[in-house]
Each structure stands twice: as structure tokens, then as C-alpha cells.
Design a protein around this ligand. Sequence first.
Ligand code: TYM
Length: 331
Amino acid sequence: MLGDKKVTFSGVQPSGNLTIGNYLGALRNFSKYSEEFQTFYCVVDMHAITVRQIPAELRRRTYETLALYIACGLDPEKNCLYVQSHVPAHAELSWILNCYTMFGELGRMTQFKDKSAKHADNINAGLFTYPTLMAADILLYQTDVVPVGIDQKQHVELARNIANRFNQAYSETFTVPEPIIEKSGMKIMSLADPTKKMSKSDENTNAVVYILDDKDTIIRKFKRAVTDSDTEIRYAESKDGINNLMSIYSCFTGKSFGEIEAEFAGRGYGDFKLAVGEACADALAPVQAKYNELLSDKAYLENVMKNGAEQASYFARKTLTKVKKKIGFVI
Ligand code: TYM
């Protein structure tokens, strides 16, 4: 809590072009909190460098991610939108929390295992301690709820453990956060391999629908989506590809699986894929239009990040000072 308001915090890495997985699992849910919560939405550039980035691309994507936040409905007047590296308290608290995070806990993180397998030539210490930085992000703002996709659940649980450990050692210091994982859209799968999560870092661009893909590209990608040799559009355990397309269609249209099955009874996969592509493209069109408008005004985006960082720093410093006092730093 900050004052009399509950707090929401979430972040997105500017490590690639954002996908409909990021949109459906996270971004589209962010604005639900704008009115009643004190909200902090951060472009987490410090997380992004745990994997090698091309500097010019990281810089460009930081602006783009901020523009997408706004295009997805986050009004900078009502939400604190900022860039992680502009608020040094994240790095400071992260170091402190590293001393309250166990090696074994970090070693159990599935994202660390996946990313170290994928980047075997660069298993750096930052990749390992990444979840502690994420805990610092969340705990700095006395966050109550963290809207994320299911892949981030384990990290939020670690943040809870760290908060509880610290609170027990030094008396109540941090709010213990809850992950909020909306069932619909919590795990959008790759179009090329529907047993794998859709990921912005996938090298196969046909496996991924980006928020900024144009309509023809979106329809082409859905047409090529891997399905199965059956012909019926129904949700079933053995039908990962169709299940994924049904989830996506359901997210964009608000229809239930039962309604989708009825709508496409007796029709083929081709028809269904086209409908998914159209629903997706139509839903994204207003986001894209707003995004394009915003991106042409770099000065505006810079102003948003500057104001956001000032506001975030104010709250972050309060928590950081409290933490430093409790652990015995001279301040
Ligand atoms: P990132 O950048 O990988 O993803 C941003 C958000 O998108 C969700 N997401 C998905 N949801 C459904 N289906 C998918 N295929 C899919 N892919 C991604 C993620 O769950 C996430 O909510 N570590 C975080 C960023 C972060 C953060 C934080 C989040 C840093 N600090 C503090 C919350 C709170 C990450 O890498 O997200």
C-alpha cells in the first residue's frame, strides 16, 4: 500500500519486438488497475542486458516499449511509466536483496535453466540473479499485485519469499506481493511449436505474432500455424495447436470455447485460422495507430519517462531508506 491506495507493479523487457503473448498475458491487463490502484509500469532495460543486446536496438526498443504501454491504454497522467535504469534504487535494493536470496533458490528458477541452455556461451551472474532484481522492482513500491503471464509466477513467488524472510528478520518492511495471472491469455504458445511459449526472442518470426505486425502478415502467420491432422475445431488435450488458436480467438473476441466450437461446427481449419487472424488484426489496429502517432513524438516520450522516473524515485527512495536503516547502514 502507498497511502490509501493498493499498488500494482509490472514490467516488460525491451529485449525484442513485443508479441501477442506479451499483450494478452500482460499489457492488455495493465490498464484495469489505473483508476483504483497506484500503478507503476516499468520498461526493464536492466533485465534485458542479462542477454547480449545490440545497443542501438536496446535504445530504440526502450522508446518503443514505452510507446506501446501508452498505446495499450496506459495514460501517463494516471500511471507511473518509466525506465528501470533511470531509477538507481532498483540496482541498490537488488544488491541488498542478493544477500537475502539463496543460491539454491536461484538455481531452481526454470527461466534461468532455459536461458542458460539457450545462451550457453554467456551464463553470466546477472542472468542468475535476475529474479532478485525483479524482487527489488516489486518490493521497492510496496506492491500488492503483480499482473503477469504464467511464466513469471515462479519469480513473483521468490519475491514473496524474500519479502517474508526480510520481514521476519527485521520486522515488517515490505508488502508481500500477489501475482495476478488472468486465466485467459496467461500462456500463448508458439505458432510453429504449440508446446512452446510464444517468445519475443524466437528466431523463427513465423512462430510469433508481433503486436505491430500488419494485417496481411498476421493472417499469413495464422494460416501457417501448426495444427493437427484432425479437422474438428474443439478444445481437447491432444490438440495443442487448435487449443492455442482457440485461446487467442477467445481472448480477442470474448467468446467462450463452447461458443467457438458452435461457431465453427462443420467448418474447416482454414476458415478458423482466417477468423483468428482477422480478429487479432482488428483488435490490434487501434493499438498500432496510437503507437505510430506516439513514436513520431520522441520529445513527448522523453518527457513521460522523465516524469515517471521522478515519481518512481520518490517512492523507491522511501523504501530503500527504510531498508538501509533496518540492516544497519549509516544514512
Ligand atoms: P517479459 O518481458 O518476458 O514479458 C512481459 C510480460 O509478458 C508475459 N508474457 C506472456 N504471457 C502470455 N503468453 C506468453 N507467450 C507470454 N510471453 C510473455 C510475461 O509473463 C510478462 O508478464 N521478468 C519479466 C519482466 C519483469 C517484471 C518485473 C514483471 C521484470 N521485473 C517485475 C513483473 C514485475 C519478463 O521477463 O517479462
